[in-house]
Design a protein around this ligand. Structure first.
Ligand code: TRP
Length: 334
């Protein structure tokens, strides 16, 4: 039997992924390639929904792709590609735009949050239709499952609604994708503000652990992480959000249960505990950073890997679009 297909995307909006991205996306994607037919894309079309300089986009797209390979995505097994290399994304997005109600799009909470930053009328139409492009990413590949953070639930619901609407109106065409939501994603928080999500758009540099950061600064940030009153290493989300976050980080990186960690650090104070958290972070990130640097030192080779991924992605996307065009009533091109 064919393996179920998984598709996910990540934006190239920073010069490094951070711990939240690593635990919430990258690491999970690597595991899924063992059991799934995996498609992963660096969503550069999504990145330009907010003002972005060309040179920065180019650099960040390569840095993002290199980190995906460095974290363990195997170009033989996983199809890793850049969204803009497969023109069908924008083409299907247009068709889906025409199936989406204004009110339906206006309910997307991520748009409301993001556009609030610019002032609603300064936000681009692209930002408004962002979730529809995301639906196209997913539906083009007939994905069965989509690993995403909890903040993407609403976009996945829209994707399913659009797939059903298209299938109903034009005949069965799209697979209905199921969201695959991982717990840790919801939980990794800012080191300086442990009740807020670790996020490249809102965290201060001191609150974020970057995959490509050197061991020195990584250790410093963990040691300076905001902790709570008292000195006991206990898991208590409400009263000790800082220590609870560090416990989750340690547990996620070392595979030790939180209960076991709490028992082990009983009576030892925050300092000893934080040192161990820092080591776990450094040990995880150092090999990934080194492999990323190596990949980035040979752009020709990196671009070659991405061309292979794009070729494989295009094969699938084109097959879907032949059907879509026909069903919608566009004349054949030849
Ligand atoms: N919107 C997603 C995020 O911010 C990124 C994304 C774009 C994506 N296209 C996708 C995720 C397709 C899953 C599938 O995390």
């Amino acid at each position: 039997m064919a393996r179920p297909r998984v598709l996910s995307g990540i934006q190239p909006t920073a010069d490094s992924f951070h711990l939240g991205n690593y635990l919430g996306a990258l690491r999970q994607w690597v595991t899924l390639q063992e059991t799934h037919d995996a498609f992963y894309c660096v969503v550069d079309l999504h990145a330009i929904t907010v003002p972005t300089e060309a040179a920065a986009l180019r650099r960040r797209t390569r840095v993002a792709a290199a980190q995906l390979f460095a974290a363990g995505l195997d170009p033989e097994r996983s199809t890793v590609f850049v969204q803009s290399h497969v023109r069908e994304h924008t083409e299907l997005a247009w068709v889906l735009n025409c199936l989406t109600g204004m009110g339906e799009a206006a309910r997307m909470t991520q748009f409301k949050d993001k556009s609030a930053k610019f002032g609603e009328s300064a936000a681009s139409v692209g930002l408004f239709t962002y979730p529809i492009l995301q639906a196209a990413d997913i539906l083009l590949y007939q994905a069965n499952s989509v690993p995403v953070g909890a903040d993407q639930k609403q976009h996945l619901e829209l994707t399913r609604d659009l797939a059903q609407r298209f299938n109903h109106r034009y005949g069965d065409t799209f697979t209905l994708p199921a969201p695959h939501i991982l717990k840790e994603v919801e939980k990794i928080t800012d080191l300086q503000e442990p009740t807020a999500k670790m996020s490249k758009s809102s965290s201060s540099p001191a609150g974020i652990l970057d995959v490509l950061e050197q061991p020195g600064p990584l250790r410093k940030k963990v040691m300076r992480a905001v902790t709570d009153t008292g000195s006991e290493v206990v898991f208590d989300e409400a009263n000790k959000p800082g220590i609870s976050n560090l416990l989750r980080i340690h547990s996620a990186l070392t595979g030790t249960s939180i209960a076991e960690l709490v028992a082990r650090f009983d009576g030892q104070g925050y300092g000893t505990f934080k040192k161990e958290v820092a080591e776990a972070v450094v040990e995880t990130f150092t090999p990934i950073r080194e492999r990323t640097e190596k990949l980035l030192s040979d752009e020709t080779e990196l671009d070659r890997l991405l061309a292979i991924g794009a070729g494989r992605a295009r094969d699938v996307a084109q097959r879907t679009m032949v059907q879509v065009r026909d069903r919608v009533g566009f004349l054949p091109t030849s």
